[in-house]
Design a protein around this ligand. Structure first.
Ligand code: CP
Length: 310
C-alpha cells in the first residue's frame, strides 16, 4: 500500500491523482508544506549511484518536514555482505516508515516491500523500471505542450508522438515511459541500432513501434527523449561510437532539419557530445532542467501518497 514499484498496474486515475497532488503540494506556502510529513521518517537506500533521483527525493522529503537518512552500498554494512532483506529490516527497526530503493537487480523493490511490509518507492531497479522518472517525464510533456488544464485520462496525449532514442535495451526509463505514455494516448517510437534496440527489447504493445531511422522518427515527433549509452551495463557489447554519433546523436543540424519545434528531453546523466550535442541540451527546445524540477515536485507527491497510507 502506497508503494510505487512499477508503472504497470498503475491506473490512469491514480496517475491523475498523483499529478493533482503534485500541483496541490507545489502551490503550498513553504511553512504549510513543511507540516505535511512533519516528523515522518524516510530512508533512502541506494545500491547504485544517483544525482537527480536521490537528491530530489531527499529535498522533497525535507521540504515536507520529514527526516531522511541515506544508506549507500559504498559506506554501509552492505559492503560487508549484509542482505537487502536484513538492511531493510534494520532500517525498519530504526523507525523508517518508507524506503526509497535504487538497486541493480530488477525486482529488488518488490522483495524489499514484501520483506519489510513498508511502502517502497522504486528509484530505479536494474534495467526494469524507473516509475517516478516516467511520471516526471509525463508532467514535463504536459507542461511543455500546454496540456496541464486537460484531465489526465486515456486521451490527454492524443496526437502526441514521442521518440525515445538511444540505448533502449538497458534503459529502465524507456521501459517505464513506453509502458505509461501509450496508455495516455501517445504514440511512442523507439529508435536505435539493433545492438541497443533488439526487436524483442520491450515486448511492443499498442501505440509503440520501432523506427530505426532517427531522422524519420524525428519528423513525426513532438517530443524526443534521448538516452545515454549505459556503459556500465554493456557487458562486453561493443558499440562503434563514431558510427553511433553519425546515426543517432541529436545535434543542432538534425534537430532543426527534422524537428525544429520538438521538446527535447533527457533523463540524465547525459554525455554531451555523444548522444546529444551540448548546444541542443542548452537550447530553448530543451526541457532537461524542467525535468529535474518536475522530479522534485512529483516525488514529494509520491512520498505523501506512500506515507498517508502507511
Ligand atoms: N534520471 C536519473 O535517474 O538520474 P540519476 O541517476 O542521477 O538519479
Amino acid at each position: 500500500l502506497g508503494s510505487l514499484l512499477t508503472v504497470d498496474g498503475l491506473a490512469v486515475s491514480e496517475v491523475s491523482r498523483i499529478l493533482a497532488l503534485t500541483s496541490h503540494l507545489e502551490a503550498m506556502a513553504p511553512e504549510e508544506r513543511s507540516q505535511v510529513l512533519k516528523g515522518r521518517r524516510v530512508a533512502l537506500l541506494f545500491y547504485e549511484s544517483s544525482t537527480r533521483t536521490r537528491t530530489s527525493f531527499e529535498l522533497a522529503a525535507k521540504s515536507l518536514g520529514a527526516t531522511t537518512t541515506l544508506v549507500s552500498d559504498k559506506s554501509s554494512s552492505i559492503e560487508k555482505g549484509e542482505s537487502l532483506k536484513d538492511t531493510g529490516l534494520t532500517l525498519r527497526a530504526l523507525g523508517a516508515e518508507c524506503i526509497i530503493l535504487r538497486h541493480p537487480a530488477g525486482g529488488a523493490p518488490f522483495v524489499l516491500a514484501q520483506t519489510t511490509g513498508l511502502p517502497v518507492l522504486n528509484a530505479g531497479d536494474g534495467m526494469h523500471q524507473h516509475p517516478s522518472q516516467a511520471l516526471l517525464d509525463l508532467r514535463t510533456i504536459l507542461s511543455r505542450l500546454g496540456r496541464t488544464d486537460k484531465p489526465v485520462d486515456e486521451h490527454v496525449l492524443d496526437g502526441v508522438t514521442v521518440t525515445i532514442a538511444g540505448d533502449i535495451r538497458h534503459s529502465r526509463v524507456a521501459r517505464s515511459n513506453a509502458m505509461l505514455l501509450p496508455r495516455l494516448g501517445a504514440r511512442v517510437l523507439l529508435c536505435g541500432p539493433p545492438e541497443l534496440l533488439p526487436e524483442e527489447a520491450l515486448g511492443l504493445g499498442d501505440g509503440i513501434e520501432i523506427v530505426r531511422d532517427f531522422d524519420a522518427a524525428l519528423k513525426r515527433s513532438q517530443v524526443v527523449m534521448m538516452l545515454r549509452i549505459q556503459r556500465e551495463r554493456l557487458a562486453g557489447l561493443e558499440i562503434d561510437l563514431a558510427d553511433y554519433i553519425i546515426h543517432y546523436q541529436l545535434n543542432e543540424e538534425r534537430l532543426q532539419a527534422y524537428a525544429p519545434r520538438a521538446v527535447v528531453m533527457h533523463p540524465g546523466p547525459m554525455i554531451r557530445g555523444l548522444e546529444i550535442q551540448g548546444e541542443v541540451a542548452d537550447s530553448a527546445q530543451s526541457a532537461i532542467e524542467e525535468q529535474v524540477r518536475h522530479g522534485q515536485a512529483v516525488r514529494a507527491a509520491l512520498l505523501v501518497r506512500a506515507l498517508e497510507q502507511a
